[in-house]
Design a protein. Structure first.
Length: 236
């Protein structure tokens, strides 16, 4: 449904966030095996609760993904609120991704959009202003990124933006081992793995351990190659 068709029913954002906090999240946590790391994602008008939660309910989620959010709504209300909020709030171990679609024909870069004053570019310009506020508050420790998708419109942008956003928010998760790491015969490899998952645990807010199949494979390979120090450090 187009945004213009639902504007008459818009509002109640604080009630929605209260519902998530007091009813939905507790229910999901009680009914399923969950972890405390939470990500909120929204597109278009549904991007407004994402931004509202980011600036006004900072402890509720760890990751925020706003895909072409309707920042223009209510005379850019959330944009106006965001400057003070982002300047005073702290966002340690929190990630935010903003995906901006190209809703204006021929706007292959943001330079043309910024010069335009027509209604067609209004959504893009509002989001670009919000991106500037986000980028201008490095002191709040928020891990943030915004991308302008010149080849995607408002309807097509969610798929690629979601993919990019999850890669960005969880870029700390992947364990990167080099050939030098794998060739080392000391306990350096086990130490690197242990430190990596300590950092991942810190980011995620709960204990995450190295996959058993990974350390077993490395340990038994070391035994086959008679690399005893490495084998013991991986399997102990």
């Amino acid at each position: 449904m187009a945004d213009s068709l639902v504007l008459g029913k818009a509002g109640g954002g604080e009630d929605f966030i209260s519902f998530m906090e007091k009813e939905l999240i507790p229910y999901v946590d009680s009914a399923y095996s969950t972890q405390p790391y939470r990500v909120l994602i929204g597109h278009s008008l549904a991007g407004l609760p994402v931004v509202n939660s980011l600036i006004n309910h900072t402890a509720l989620f760890n990751g925020y993904i706003a895909i072409d959010p309707s920042i223009w709504w209510d005379h850019e209300k959330l944009l106006n609120e965001s400057a003070d909020a982002l300047a005073k709030n702290q966002y340690v171990n929190t990630g935010f991704f903003l995906g901006i679609a190209n809703s204006m024909e021929g706007a292959n870069d943001t330079t043309l959009v910024k010069r335009d004053t027509s209604r067609l570019s209004g959504q893009i310009r509002s989001n670009l202003k919000f991106a500037k506020v986000i980028s201008g508050n490095k002191q709040n420790k928020l891990k943030s990124k915004w991308v302008y998708y010149s080849q995607e419109d408002h309807e097509s942008v969610p798929l690629i933006a979601t993919y990019d956003a999850l890669h960005f928010i969880f870029d700390f998760y992947k364990l990167k081992l080099t050939q030098q790491d794998l060739a080392d015969t000391t306990d350096a490899l086990a130490t690197k793995i242990e430190l990596h998952y300590q950092k991942v645990s810190e980011q995620m807010g709960y204990s995450i351990y190295p996959p058993e199949d990974l350390v077993s494979k490395l340990g038994y390979k070391a035994i086959e190659e008679k690399q005893w120090t490495r084998a013991v450090s991986c399997l102990k």
